[in-house]
Design a protein around this ligand. Sequence first.
Ligand code: CU
Ligand code: CU
Ligand code: CU
Length: 349
Amino acid sequence: MRIHLRPLTRAAFLLWLMFASLFSSLTAHAAKRDFEMNIEDTRITLVEKQQYHTFAFAGQVPGPLFYVDEGDEITVNVNNLTALPHTIHWHGMLQRGTWRQDGVPDVTQEGIKPGESYTYKFIAEPSGTMWYHCHVNVNEHVALRGMWGPFIVRPKKPTALEKKVTKDFILMLSDWDSKYANKPGFGGLPGDKFDYFTINGRSFPDTQPLRVSKGDVVRLRLIGAGDLVHSIHLHGHVFQIAFKDGFPLTNPIHADTVLVGPGERYDIIFTADNPGRWMIHDHVDTHTMNGDRPHGGIMTVVEYTEIKHDDAWYPWKNKKFQPNFYYEESLKKGPGIYTDDVFKGQLIQ
Ligand code: CU
Ligand code: CU
Ligand code: CU
């Protein structure tokens, strides 16, 4: 069907089109992202038979991925289904003009009581690798109960280096004390002895490989979600420490090991130019233990797809690969808020 427009109508139409496209380009980066999230008593498995009672965001540890654009309007309605009060602090968010959304009990709000709800509203700024966590009794709720998740804000102006990234992974590091595994409401005291150490809530060998191919530019977003400092060493590659707490470094530091302290984020970027299987692990030896057994904890393998996994002695020869363990599939999809069964525990009624 052909539409004939009179010259005047056509001019008006073109003018409208110009304004409409200008308006949409101005507002393109300010999507509204609404999310409803429960906090639930959830039992997760750190490794093998070691389970842990957590207060889990959306019943999973880590919590759902918030992947948004800089400037997006975020609304999160939180329902507390547990027996203790909680809040959510959006670590890294500036909260300009919205200080009451900062999630600190007795400073910006009252703790969200059991059975109650609270709605957080704020603008996603600045950009970078952020995270969120409870701010009530952090010694227990963050350090021992899995109350944390990743919050990635995509920048309006990405750096030249991050534009080259072809594989994007999130690794949240944390520590656990097995003596409090079944004692919710307890733990988080000086002298506690952490004896389990996880990446995204799992210890080796129940972590997953980081799968890359030759030529990939790989970004690992390391987030210190626990109580200890982790010394992350990647074998066979030089990486650039490109971002600290979400902010790009003017002069990225070349390194093979980086210290990640509680609350800190480091984004490290490397070119996958050396096909093989390469360890990436915590160089603090006691953090590669599962309880009293060595060869566990914060440890995984960068596996090149070019290398076969048919060596009989390779412990992960027949491993059932769980994609999205590092949120890599969600990150490919672009902005959104993502839950995933790979992190879900069992609800404790
Ligand atoms: Cu809490
Ligand atoms: Cu924090
Ligand atoms: Cu090493």
